[in-house]
Design a protein around this ligand. Sequence first.
Ligand code: DGJ
Length: 728
Amino acid sequence: MKIEFSKEKHIFSITTENLAYYFSITNKGILKHLYFGEYIESIDDELISDIGFDWAKTYFDKNELKEKEYDDNFYHDRSFLEIGTHGLKDNRPSSFEIEVNGNNKVDFRYVNHRIYKGKPMLNGLPHFKGDEKDSLTLEITLKDVVKNIYLELSYTVIEGIDCVLRNSKIINKEKECKVERAMSLTLDLPSDQYNLISFPGDWSNERNINKDKISFGMKRISSKFGRSGHEQNPFMILEKSEDLIGFLPSYIGISFVYSGNFVEEVSVDKNKTTRVNIGINDEDFSFTLKENEEFVLPEALLVYSSSFDGLTQNIHDLIRDHLIDRNHLDTQDKILLNSWEACYMDFDTEKVIKYINEAKKLNVGLFVLDDGWFGTRNNDLCSLGDWYINEGKINLRKVVDECHKNNMKFGIWYEPEMINPDSDLFRKHPEFIVGDISKYDLGLSRHQLVLDFSNPVVVDNIFNQMCSLLDKYDVDYIKWDHNRCLYDAYSSYLGYENIGKFFHENIKGVYSLLARLKERYPNILFEGCASGGGRFDLGMLYYTPQIWTSDETDPVQRMFIQYSTSLIYPLCTMGSHISKNPITNYLTKGNVALFGTFGYEFDPLKINEEERKEVIISSENYLKHHKLIKNGDLYHLYSPFDTNFMCMEVVSKDKKEAIVLFTNLIKVRNTYRMLKLKGLDDNKLYRNSYNNKVLKGYLYKNVGINLTRWFDEFSSLLIYLEEVNDEN
Ligand code: DGJ
């Protein structure tokens, strides 16, 4: 990786092994984008910047009152830019709008730059981690041509990964300014020949794969729910596929490290070029800054590869090695039993202790007591906000001791951001809620309201309540749930004058609580959840290294959800459990759950002998293969969205072993079928557990494993390959 600045050409070059990013500073201090894509050693501005519209090259000089020409091949409204703003006579969707005395145009020009080892760490916002040994940053300071407002832009590269991380900070030196729009990333691309892949969905149907050819106009994908949401995911992929004539394939992954309201815009203009923006959703957003105050934007990332698998692997490496906390592997690697689908809220101490004892026989190493242990909660009508133990229902001390006595860890469920109107907390502090109850009826969802986490007093209250339990009990794991969207965005703490700050301050409040708890209880592993996978994003992953992927535990539906989720998020982050859902046998359920964090979501006392045997086989597979599955390179071989199969393969980084999950949907007969594998070393010998044959890697790649056979509905195969020294 390298970051360089050419003093003669005024060109910045940011390169990794397979990626190059070039932009220049014009004589007028404008940052002109030149190139992003496959590695090239150098670039010549002349080669690409001539856009041929002479009338877009001139401007009327305010001092001399005469027409003048931009130099450096700059064309307003047409040049490719690092920051596109209307103030710069660029009418494409802008990167920034910042208002001072009614004027919201900005036009940022270069002031200075520095290149340093390491990367910016954001205070109060989640971010990728990098240090002097593995990362390099270019930081550029710009200033608006009129306003006393500065912008600090930075570009970071990380050793071994084809990605560029982008950070920005607005620094206000005016008496007051209002940030109305602030994109974490703008990328101009000199083509409209892309497919946009996004991940829309719904509750229990998260992250479908949506692929559209982009065309004139704008595609805007956003969340306004106060969380990233089931409905969309803040991750998009631009695909320049082989079938789009005349281009080599290339894939660009774009996302940002944020869990609140976001927007992704992909727009194609009259010039048939594409602009991509990603950032905090500018609807319902405006952020007033007083003199000397700063606004730090969430971190954005650009990942590049010439293949889809390469893109996935780059993203996974980046998340695994630089985002998520891997200090709790002893807990993460345990097999988890969660009480939710076993008994919902219908439990007592005796029942839970029976679960723990039975779970031990199924290789469980972490027992999680889900919803229903606090306040007076036996259904979802009450008690959110009252985080004290329902002593009449559960003897937590006994439960925790029983776990530890059995060499099992103990986990517990919380939904810290929520409150039921029927709770002591609401009766005492009705002002803690989100929404203006003095003027409007409030929208309930699952009978609950949302706590106003933009108010530090509210965050303190929940922190203190949680601490009073966590200080006393030896808790190893917390499932952090969030079961509704935010509608009535209003905070009595911020008031209407600051209403535009609410969503951002609210999510920062969530991050602050997570950070404080993680600091005080460094041994606790947090798992995120939002009615399943409604907040599966890089922001939450920073604090909660695994997230419950979906409330849908039907293994066939999970084949889809986990396939698509794993295109962008690593398997080690994806909560996946075997449930009692009867659609397949326990072996298929087990195989699907293996390609994730693995655990159980059923009553261990209520499975029959055959089911028990199958669960034990899966648990043993997990114990044997989880390091490979969670840490290897993932290949997506068959998509259930396009074929009758779902097939994924994980190859260890040293290419010594691999594991393949092959499942089918409807029944298939003995049609000829060869399963070709990827990622193995061409010349190494591997024995496969399907037919016990020993073959060289290139044969698995070019010829494949013969799977010509009958497959019943929803059956599955797990094939393990191991390097061997000779053919016997
Ligand atoms: C929604 C989660 O996704 C479930 O797993 C469970 O924890 C319930 N909430 C509990 O209310």
